[in-house]
Design a protein around this ligand. Structure first.
Ligand code: PMP
Length: 398
């Protein structure tokens, strides 16, 4: 009966994690998956989260279903983080926000919404992008295309090509954008470039869908939301999916949000209703525990401040690792330019290694990165960075 079912080839990034776990090399280093490990190589539990967990645990409360849209405090937390506390659009009721099952859940509900209400729209993703973007939209029967983004040869962005491409798109086509810390390249647009992109989007009546999974890891909480807030200022309709997996270090709790900015409060109410309907028929309501953690941390001023400090400490540690990696590589291979390492933002660095070099790093040194050469810089620490930098220099020299 099930013989005709295709084998699943596995997810390339999650598969790498399994391969890493099975590797006996005592020096092995995991730079594959996008997870922040601290200086000791441990997945941190943030102090603000510990406090929130203690409050949830005392007393242990009943666990009713949450509303389809999640906890009001979770939704408010998403809105204030993305659009700014006291933002006019929030006061005017122009934003429909639901709490979601991580950033992935937000993308899925967003993709379903696009499929149902904008059936003619295609969705364009950056070349390259996080692989699951394509899978999620195609999985909702939205046709996916790619727009030019990364110039491998120069470790830069193909900005003019990208703009020219956007100008060829049809009204209401969706453009999936990374407001900060582009995954996988780490190369972000400047504010002036964002302005140009958003002007083209406005002129051609395209729909921006901003996926923000690393807010706080690039510049800072507000700076990383520049593109989102600029789109709002320009009066654009806008989808935003956000994830708390990385910046609350709550990967397994599955917490995120989907916000749709609408021209009028009536439209926002309609959209909110349809998002609820979508949730109802896919998974009914979001998880409770993580939702409460988000609610507590985002809405308690002292905890919120502590949280922001903890995110910035993670950001700064990654930046320090970038500097160190760059300096070791420059010393080892003086005729090669490694400036790109510190120009990139967030957890990832597109190293430009060939698939063969990535494979050699794995087999010879037990260093794991994605075959497209994406390295998770947040997996580096002062104990393993020399080992990794020397190994990279070795495979680059061959
Ligand atoms: N968008 C991007 C760009 C991501 O990198 C990720 C996580 N790797 C997600 C969305 C999904 O986030 P979550 O793990 O919260 O589902």
């Amino acid at each position: 009966m099930f013989e005709r079912i295709d084998y699943y080839a596995g997810d390339p990034i999650l598969g790498l994690m399994e391969k890493y776990s099975a590797d006996n090399n005592p020096n092995k280093v995991n730079l594959g998956i996008g997870i922040y490990y601290d200086e000791s190589g441990v997945l941190p539990v943030l102090d603000c989260v510990k406090t929130a967990e203690a409050r949830i645990a005392d007393p242990i409360a009943p666990r009713p279903y949450l509303p389809m849209a999640g906890l009001p405090g979770h939704r408010k937390g998403c809105q204030e983080l993305l659009f700014g506390k006291g933002a006019q659009i929030l006061q005017d009721g122009l934003v429909a926000t639901i709490a979601t099952i991580g950033g992935s859940g937000a993308l899925k509900v967003g993709a379903e919404f696009i499929h149902e209400w904008f059936p003619q729209s295609k969705c364009y993703v950056s070349d390259p992008t996080w692989g699951n973007h394509i899978a999620i939209f195609e999985g909702s029967d939205v046709e996916v295309g790619k727009y030019p983004y990364y110039d491998k040869a120069n470790s830069s962005i193909k900005f003019d090509e990208m703009i020219a491409f956007f100008e060829t798109l049809n009204k209401h086509d969706v453009i999936l954008l990374h407001p900060c810390c582009h995954n996988p390249t780490g190369m972000d647009l400047t504010q002036a470039q964002w302005d140009t992109v958003l002007n083209v989007i406005k002129a051609h009546e395209l729909i921006p869908f901003m996926d923000i999974a690393y807010q706080g890891f690039g510049e800072d909480m507000d700076g990383d939301a520049y593109a989102i807030r600029k789109a709002v200022e320009m009066g654009l309709p806008l989808f935003v999916s956000n994830s708390f997996s990385k910046n609350l270090s709550l990967y397994g709790e599955r917490v995120g949000g989907l916000s749709v900015v609408c021209p009028t409060a009536d439209e926002a109410e309609r959209v909110f209703g349809q998002l609820n309907a979508m949730v109802r028929r896919i998974y009914s309501s979001p998880p409770s525990h993580g939702g409460h953690v988000v609610d507590i941390v985002m809405n308690d001023d002292a905890l919120h401040e502590q949280w922001v400090g903890e995110v910035y400490a993670m950001r700064d540690r990654i930046k320090a690792m970038r500097l160190k990696l760059k300096s070791v590589l420059e010393a080892k291979i003086p005729n090669r330019n490694f400036d790109y390492i510190t120009r990139q933002n967030g957890m990832f660095s597109f190293t430009g290694l060939t698939p063969e070099q990535v494979e050699r790093l794995q087999s010879k040194y037990g260093i794991y990165m994605v075959s497209n050469s994406r390295m998770c810089v947040a997996g580096l620490n002062t104990s393993n960075i020399d080992y990794v930098a020397n190994a990279m220099a070795d495979v680059l020299k061959d």
